[in-house]
Design a protein around this ligand. Structure first.
Ligand code: ADP
Ligand code: ZN
Length: 507
């Protein structure tokens, strides 16, 4: 294995996680690899494929990436080819002939190919020894980028009897379980390295002046390359025009542009002819540009998977880089609107939950990196990163009293309730069908606005004093540390009380 790595890639040793995945594949075991972006996932299935001989089938939803990888393999002296819908008929016929002659070691294909009978018949005649699923989260219904055709492929390739290797950088527990079940991968064959990126500084900025902030930031980082993600094509165009007015050099990308324009703009950015890219989330999958110094999200993304994947395009060279999220309440409404258009009800529910987590990320007072990593892997213990907005801010509001009130209210309610029910009760609002007014904690915090109570509950959640399960809150055992005055709870969150505001009015 080391020899293959040295001979074809010129690297001395495997990175963390790579060796195990390769060992499983060469032992004929299917596996799942969750490795960070830039962690070297392609080498895992490529070295395995070379070691196994025969043909490795690589299923990838990214046409742009296929060509790059095939070129790189070919340059390293390994015969590889791809089949996709953008190819001329003559070209794909030549590839098919080569496959039947056993000329290739790697074949890259898009999942849609499997819908063709012709292609499935071809596969049945080949000596397939490994099946790699790149960007494997696209297989899962719970993934942020679900492709139904990708899921269907699974049923069609399992009977080849070759081991599978699924790799991805973003897998929540649900996605992971789904992939494992689908590909019959026991826990033991899941390789997960921390997706933590030490060089990224996460930043949340709830500014009302997004345009101004972005322009100022670019001016201050004029030498650097960066991506600005916005939600819609229209906004891409509008921001681009604004940049032109201000003389800021930039290029744009969205799915509505003609293919040649997209390609040109992308290469201008990748080749450093143009430092700033304004784009929708159509941009970036499979793009290999290592010196992106910042990624600014002009709008709130739909979930943390999308956010981490897009923000993670910064700093692939390992140098310090910034990931900035700007957001407004309007962004939340736009995402809710998108979710409302989802046909499948169970997926819609899931998306709502994910959006909720995304919104929590903008409000948390905890380390942002920690919040992101724990979203994917709740078990990973993390020290505060010391680089994000929250780590750099001082937690100077003592919310122990509010925490005590909320926790005792929750305990008195004797059943798990939602955030909004707890908020209503503690603010002294009653329900038509349920009378809570007998509780001693009823209306205990009526001087606060709902959004402030929500802020406190979020802090309790992120500090683990309260658990949330299926939208219902319950107090965690550690809540007694607060109730019995054993710990204090500090936060950055500064609530506004009504009585304070009244004082301001009378002044
Ligand atoms: P991913 O698909 O996980 O985002 P890639 O497979 O594109 O990552 O690898 C990212 C970079 O790391 C590539 O430039 C690759 O050559 C390099 N790389 C991968 N494995 C190693 C290794 N063992 N030693 C040194 N560099 C490596
Ligand atoms: Zn931090």
């Amino acid at each position: 294995m080391e020899q293959i790595l040295q001979k074809y890639y010129g690297f001395q040793e495997f990175r963390i996680g790579q060796r195990a995945l390769i060992e499983y594949a060469t032992q004929g075991q299917s596996s799942l690899g969750i490795l960070p972006t830039g962690g070297g996932k392609s080498i895992c299935y490529q070295v395995s494929g070379i070691a196994l001989g025969g043909l490795t089938l690589v299923i990838s939803p990214l046409i742009s990436l296929m060509k790059d990888q095939v070129d790189a393999l070919t340059a390293a002296g390994i015969k590889a080819a791809y089949l996709n819908s953008q190819q001329k008929a003559a070209e794909s016929r030549a590839v098919e002939a080569g496959l039947l002659n056993g000329e290739y070691r790697f074949l890259y294909v898009a999942p849609e190919r499997f819908e063709q009978n012709h292609f499935r018949n071809l596969l049945a005649r080949l000596d397939i020894r490994l099946i790699a699923f790149d960007e494997a989260h696209c297989i899962s219904k719970w993934g942020h980028d679900f492709r139904p055709s990708y899921r269907q492929v699974v049923g069609q390739v399992m009977h080849f009897g070759a081991p599978c290797m699924a790799v991805t950088a973003t897998a929540t527990v649900d996605v992971r379980n789904d992939i494992q079940t689908l590909l019959h991968i026991p826990d033991h064959y899941v390789v997960e390295t921390s997706i933590k990126r030490e060089n990224l500084a996460f930043n949340v900025d709830p500014t009302f002046q997004k345009d101004k902030m972005v322009r100022r930031y670019i001016k201050e980082h004029i030498q650097d390359s960066g991506i600005i993600y916005v939600s819609t094509r229209k906004q891409v165009e509008a921001l681009g025009e604004q940049f032109s007015d201000y003389g800021i050099k930039h290029t744009i990308y969205h799915a509505g542009l003609p293919a040649d324009t997209r390609e040109q703009n992308q290469s201008d950015f990748v080749n450093d002819n143009c430092p700033v890219m304004i784009a929708t989330n159509a941009f970036g999958m499979g793009i290999d540009k290592s010196n992106v110094r910042y990624v600014i999200h002009y709008n709130l993304p739909q979930d943390l998977e999308s956010y981490y994947q897009e923000a993670g395009r910064a700093g692939r060279d390992g140098l310090p880089s910034e990931c900035i999220l700007l957001f407004s309440e309007q962004d939340i409404r736009l995402q809710q609107f998108f979710i409302g258009n989802t046909a499948d009800e169970s997926i819609q529910e899931k998306k709502k939950e994910k959006l909720e987590k995304m919104v929590q990320y903008t409000k948390t007072t905890q380390c942002l990196q920690g919040t992101l990593i724990n979203y994917f892997n709740p078990a990973e213990h993390l020290e505060p990163c010391g680089r994000c907005t929250n780590c750099l801010k001082e937690a100077d509001y003592d919310m122990t009293t509010e925490a005590k009130k909320l926790l005792s209210c929750l305990l008195r309610m004797k059943t798990a309730v939602s955030k909004s029910v707890l908020t209503k009760v503690i603010r002294g609002e009653n329900f038509p069908h349920h009378d809570y007014s007998h509780l001693s904690t009823f209306g205990l915090m009526k001087e606060y606005e709902s959004k402030d109570i929500h802020g406190f509950i979020d802090t309790l959640l992120f500090n683990g004093y309260v658990d949330e399960y299926e939208g219902k809150l319950s107090a965690h055992e550690s809540a007694k540390d607060i109730l019995f005055d054993e710990v204090k709870l500090m936060t950055h969150y500064h609530p506004v009380r009504y009585n304070e505001r009244v004082t301001i009015h009378t002044l």
